[in-house]
Ligand binder design. Structure first.
Ligand SMILES: *Cc1c(COP(=O)(O)O)cnc(C)c1O
Length: 439
C-alpha cells in the first residue's frame, strides 16, 4: 500500500518511508492511498476472537502488503500484551478501558506498535539507525519513551516543558536512561513543539540525523489505534448490543478519532462518532460553522487535550473528501461537545456517586458527551477511557475526595533519579545539543 501526503505536493511513499520520515516533504500528513473494505462476515466473526486475533485481521488489511504475516503477528503479540476491556457503566453506556498498558494510557498501543515496526525495518531492511523526536505535555512522552525503551537501533529524544508536567509523568520518561534522553526545556509545551517542528524542517539536520516523529502524525502510531475499535465492536456484538453503535472519543490532536474513522471506512458499522473536547474546542467550532480557525491552547484539567490546532484535522477532511460536500458528510457522521473544567468535575462526581465509576478527566468528557447526545433506547454508547485515573491522581483525588490507588506499574517509575538534560528554548541551543547527543 502507498501513502499520499494530505498536502498532495509530495510523491507517494512506501510504508517504510512514511514511518521513517513522519511528515511528508510538503509538510503534509501521510494517509493510506486505499483503505481495504473488510466484508461483513469478517467483521461478524470477530465476536469469537480475542484482542490479538481481531488486531491481526485489521492489521492484515492495513499493513499486509508491506509486512509479512508472521512479522505482523509478532509485532501485535508484543504490542497488545494487555487487555482492553469493555466495561458496563450503566443503562446502555459502556467504557472501553484503554489504560491497562505499561504507562496506563491509550497511547501505549500506537507507541509500542510503531517501535516494533521501526525495529523491523531496521533489522530486516538494513536501515542503520533512527532518531525519534517527540514533544510532550505529559502522556505522549511516557508512552513513546516506554514503547521504544531498549529497542535496538532507535534513539528517542523527549522534549518537555520544565515544571509543567506532573511528577508522575516526568518519572515515566525522565528516569529511563538507555536509549531514551529527556530534554527539560526552559519554556512551554508550545516551545517544545516548535523546536521539534523546526528540527524536522531543518532539512540538513533531519537527513543527517535521520529524524522521525512519534507523535500521531506518524502513520505507524495512529493507524494501529483502529484495532481496538474493531475489538470494542466485537465485544458488544457478542452481547447483542452492537447494532446501533455510538462511540465518544476524548480528543486533542484527533489521532484517536481519526483511527476510528479509518475503522469505519474499513467497514466497521459505527452509527456515529462524538468528538468530546475540553475548552479547546476548535473542532466543535468547525462542526458548527464549517470554518476551521486554529488558536492558542488553553490549560485545563484534561491537559492531554489542550490542543489549539489539532494536527489530524487535515486527515479528517481528507477521509471525507470523496463526497461532493465533505462538510455535510462530516456533520452527519461526527457530532461534537465541549466542557469547562467545572463541568468535567461535576461529571466525574456524578459518575462516581451515582454509578461507582472513577473516570479520569479525559474519559469524563467523552462520557458526558454521550449523555448530552441523548442516545435512543436502541442505541449503545461507548466512551473511550483513555487514561487510568491514577495518572491524574491529584486532580481526581481532590474532585472526588478519595485516595485513588496507584497501580504497581506506575509506582515503579517513582523513586528513580531524574536524568534529564536542561536546555534553553531557542533553536540554536537545541540544535547544538541534539548534534552533540546524537553524533
Ligand atoms: C493524548 C490523549 C488524548 C487525546 O488523544 P488524541 O489522539 O490526541 O485526540 C486524550 N486522553 C488522553 C489521556 C491522552 O493522553
Amino acid at each position: 500500500m502507498k501513502y499520499y501526503s494530505t498536502n498532495k505536493k509530495a510523491p507517494l511513499a512506501s510504508l517504510k518511508k512514511a514511518v521513517m520520515k513522519g511528515l511528508a516533504a510538503d509538510k503534509g500528513l501521510y494517509m493510506p492511498d486505499t483503505i481495504d473494505l473488510l466484508n461483513d462476515f469478517v467483521v461478524g466473526d470477530m465476536k469469537d476472537m480475542d484482542l490479538r486475533e481481531v488486531a491481526n485481521v485489521a492489521a492484515q488489511a492495513l499493513f499486509g502488503d508491506d509486512v509479512d504475516r508472521e512479522t505482523l503477528a509478532r509485532i501485535i503479540d508484543d504490542t497488545l500484551d494487555f487487555d482492553i476491556p469493555v466495561v458496563p457503566v450503566h443503562d446502555n453506556i459502556y467504557a472501553l478501558e484503554l489504560f491497562h498498558g505499561p504507562t496506563l494510557a491509550f497511547k501505549d498501543v500506537g507507541a509500542r506498535f510503531m517501535a516494533r515496526l521501526l525495529n523491523y525495518f531496521i533489522e530486516a531492511e538494513g536501515v542503520k539507525s533512527v532518531n525519534v523526536l517527540v514533544a510532550t505535555s505529559g502522556d505522549t512522552g511516557s508512552a513513546v519513551a516506554n514503547g521504544f525503551l531498549g529497542v535496538d537501533g532507535i534513539r528517542v529524544i523527549v522534549l518537555y516543558p520544565k515544571g509543567k508536567v506532573s511528577a508522575i509523568q516526568e518519572c515515566q520518561f525522565a528516569t529511563l536512561g538507555q536509549n531514551v534522553t529527556a530534554l527539560e526545556v526552559d519554556g512551554t509545551f508550545d516551545d517544545c513543539q516548535a523546536l521539534v517542528k523546526a528540527a524536522f524542517t531543518d532539512d540538513e539536520l533531519a537527513v543527517r540525523l535521520k529524524l522521525t516523529s512519534a507523535n500521531s502524525i506518524n502513520v505507524a502510531r495512529f493507524l494501529p489505534q483502529s484495532f481496538y475499535y474493531f475489538y470494542a465492536y466485537a465485544q458488544l456484538d457478542k452481547i447483542g448490543r452492537a447494532d446501533e453503535f455510538v462511540i465518544s472519543v476524548p480528543s486533542g490532536n484527533f489521532g484517536n478519532l481519526c483511527a476510528g474513522l479509518v475503522a469505519y471506512w474499513m467497514g466497521l458499522p459505527i452509527r456515529r462518532f462524538i468528538a468530546a473536547n475540553n475548552r479547546n474546542d476548535v473542532f466543535l467550532d468547525y462542526l458548527k460553522t464549517g470554518k476551521y480557525s486554529p488558536r492558542k491552547s488553553i490549560a485545563t484539567i484534561a491537559n492531554a487535550m489542550d490542543v489549539g490546532d489539532p494536527s489530524n484535522y487535515a486527515r479528517i477532511i481528507d477521509l471525507f473528501g470523496i463526497y461532493p460536500h465533505p462538510y455535510s458528510a462530516i456533520k452527519k457522521r461526527i457530532r461534537g461537545y465541549a466542557y469547562s473544567d467545572d463541568k468535567i468535575a461535576d461529571t466525574m462526581r456524578n459518575l462516581y456517586d451515582s454509578h461507582g465509576y472513577i473516570a479520569d478527566p479525559h474519559g469524563a468528557c467523552a462520557y458526558q458527551a454521550l449523555l448530552d447526545d441523548k442516545l435512543s433506547d436502541n442505541e449503545t454508547g461507548l466512551f473511550l477511557e483513555t487514561a487510568h485515573p491514577a495518572k491524574f491522581k491529584s486532580t481526581v483525588d481532590s474532585i472526588l475526595n478519595i485516595d485513588v490507588a496507584v497501580p504497581d506499574k506506575l509506582r515503579a517509575f517513582m523513586n528513580r533519579p531524574k536524568l534529564s538534560i536542561p536546555t534553553e528554548s531557542d533553536y540554536e541551543s537545541f540544535r547544538r545539543l541534539l548534534i552533540q547527543i546524537l553524533n
